[in-house]
Design a protein around this ligand. Structure first.
Ligand SMILES: Cc1ncc(C[n+]2csc(CCOP(=O)(O)OP(=O)(O)O)c2C)c(N)n1
Ligand SMILES: [Mg+2]
Length: 579
């Protein structure tokens, strides 16, 4: 067939008359969507009928929350939008947590919810919920389709909005009669959104100001967030840091953007950050924030945050600049574009020799530290063992709590797009379903899902999906028989009154794994842990590992709430160890 004929046929397809449901399927094809995560119900029955006929790859999770977290994991690893379908009413309200999570962590999602028919909207019809109202503040944008003629344009806009500028979740609420109505499918149209024009290229004048500030600085530091990952700017970050000899700190979500084994890397900042990273933020004279939003878990008490520094902030979202921290040099831009410009300018590097020497000494003297203990499993040691077992190459997803912080501290990410965690919202139940999406985004990767015994029980029904799809995910339960992070705060700030945080009677997780048809293994000592890990990573399929760890272990260092980053507790001088 000639090229022209192919183009004509393509045009005909994108102009044909069809139902709303079929339009949705065709649009997903146009957008090259590989997988949909969803759950059916009355309002989306016509849509599911078309999915059935079209043979689209759809993963039926066991709860809508599982679907949306899986979509987030997929988006985080693939860089493409995660697609979710949920039915009206309870299906839609079950994705509220995931939407908020994606909104706070800037993950691109396109979410379709069914809605009752347009004729009964507002009448408290069966399974009606005001999803547009409910999700207004937790989506980057949302729509309700009121006329079939709007549907192709709205879907096209949704994909555009979710993936451009600062990524985020976009929701499309589709009444049932729209899914059955017929209209013309015109997907061959340009997106026209005069009110939405993200700035992606940096202002030259501001870049010049930053170049100048760097050349005059003695103690510069870069704080790199997930914006570096969203922009695929890891190489540029490294090039720039090396060119200018500037040390780099990551936020929790930014991990992997800069190699953890690089001499210029200082570790993670914030509440459970390294001594060196936090002290560098306290002592620096120039702070260059690239794609981070100065979250309070990173800054600690703002009164003591970077008190000696000129602040420069590169962010694609202008609303983030100056929101929490007064900023001298604002650069609204995509992180990659700004870094490319900075590299090209080749400014006079800062004289950082003395600064780097000071930082190296801190790194040597105050590394992350825990007391090894034979006969138990130290959770920190467990993470180190997983790191070694996977050569630091695994995709790691986590839940929220102590295990999450230990994973962030002790799994050293040298590569980008290997780390999937719920940062801004801190959503328990995130880790396991996120692993499903991550594994589907990268089939050949080793995926380890490190979860708490508490959070695991919020979404463990998704074991069913892992087993059904034979996804070779290694599920690691860091079992401290407690809501460990809550227990830690109660120990430290509530006089050891462990109000509803201890769970001595957790279920038998090994039997639970077996009930879902996958092997489960348990370890209670370091030697058993080593053995169990060896067995698990030798297996092809999924496996659940229940590690009974030392239950009273705390995450350190710690910046207590209300304190400045320089007021960390649990820092131990360690003369010779380099751990
Ligand atoms: C949905 C949700 N509910 C409550 C919390 C508050 N919270 C934060 S950490 C934590 C404890 C988590 O326990 P577990 O999953 O066992 O992890 P651990 O801290 O023990 O490693 C709780 C309850 C939360 N983050 N998310
Ligand atoms: Mg726990």
């Amino acid at each position: 067939m000639t090229k022209m004929k192919v183009e004509e046929q393509e045009k005909a397809r994108t102009k044909a008359r069809m139902s709303g449901s079929l339009m949705l399927i065709e649009a997903l094809k146009e957008e090259k969507v590989e997988v949909i995560f969803g759950y059916p119900g009355g309002a989306v029955l016509p849509l599911y009928d078309e999915l059935y006929k079209a043979g689209v790859f759809h993963v039926l999770t066991r709860h809508e929350q599982g679907a949306i977290h899986a979509a987030e994991g997929y988006a985080r690893i693939s860089g493409k939008p995660g697609v979710v379908i949920a039915t009206s009413g309870p299906g839609a309200t079950n994705i509220v947590t995931g939407l908020t999570d994606a909104m706070m962590d800037s993950l691109p999602l396109v979410v379709f919810t069914g809605q009752v028919a347009t004729s009964v909207i507002g009448s408290d019809a069966f399974q009606e919920a005001d999803v547009v109202g409910i999700t207004m503040p937790i989506t980057k944008h949302n729509y309700q389709v009121r006329d079939i003629s709007e549907l192709p344009r709205i879907i096209k806009e949704a994909f555009h909005i979710a993936t451009t500028g600062r990524p985020g979740p976009v929701l499309i609420d589709i009444p049932k009669d729209i899914t059955t109505a017929e209209g013309e499918f015109d997907y061959d149209q340009d997106v026209h959104l005069p009110g939405y024009q993200p700035t992606t290229q940096p202002n030259h004048w501001q870049i010049r100001r930053l170049v100048e500030a760097v050349s005059q600085s003695k103690r510069p530091v870069i704080l790199a967030g997930a914006g570096v990952l969203h922009a695929n700017a890891s190489n540029e970050l490294r090039q720039y840091a090396e060119q200018q000899n500037i040390p780099v700190i990551h936020t929790l979500l930014g991990l992997g953007g800069f190699p953890a084994d690089h001499p210029l890397f200082l570790g993670m900042a914030g509440m459970h950050g390294t001594y060196t990273a936090n002290m560098a933020l306290y002592e620096c004279d120039l702070l260059i924030n690239i794609g981070a939003r100065f979250d309070d878990r990173v800054t600690g008490n703002l009164k003591y945050f970077a008190p000696k520094a000129t602040v420069a902030h590169i962010d694609i979202d202008p609303a983030e600049i100056g929101k929490n921290v007064p900023t001298k040099i604002p650069i609204v831009s995509d992180a990659k574009a700004a870094l490319q410009e900075l590299i090209a300018q080749q400014g006079k590097p800062a004289d950082t020799a003395a600064w780097l020497e000071q930082l190296d000494e801190w790194k040597r003297r105050f590394p992350l530290h825990y007391e090894p203990e034979a006969g138990t499993i130290k959770p920190q040691k467990l993470i180190e063992m997983i790191y070694e077992m996977t050569n630091g190459e695994a995709i790691v997803t986590t839940d929220v709590g102590q295990h999450q912080m230990w994973a962030a501290q002790y799994y050293k990410f040298n590569r980008p797009h290997r780390w999937v965690t719920s940062g801004g919202l801190g959503t328990m139940g995130f880790g396991l379903p996120a692993a499903i999406g991550a594994q589907l985004a990268d089939r050949s990767a080793t995926v380890v899902s490190i979860v708490g015994d508490g959070g695991f029980q919020m979404t463990f029904q998704e074991l069913s999906v892992i087993q059904e799809l034979r996804l070779p995910i290694k599920i690691v339960i860091v079992n401290n028989q407690a809501l460990g992070m809550v227990r830690q705060w109660q120990e430290l700030f509530y006089d050891k009154r462990y109000s509803h945080s201890l769970i001595p009677n957790q279920p038998d997780f090994v039997k639970l794994a077996e009930a879902y048809g996958m092997p489960g293994l348990r370890a209670k000592t370091e030697a058993e842990a080593a053995e169990v890990l060896k067995q698990a990573f030798a297996m092809d399929g999924p496996v659940l590992l229940d590690f009974h760890v030392r239950a009273d272990e705390n995450v350190y260092p710690m910046v207590a709430p209300g304190k400045g980053l320089h007021e960390m507790v649990g820092v131990k001088a360690c003369e010779e160890s380099s751990r």
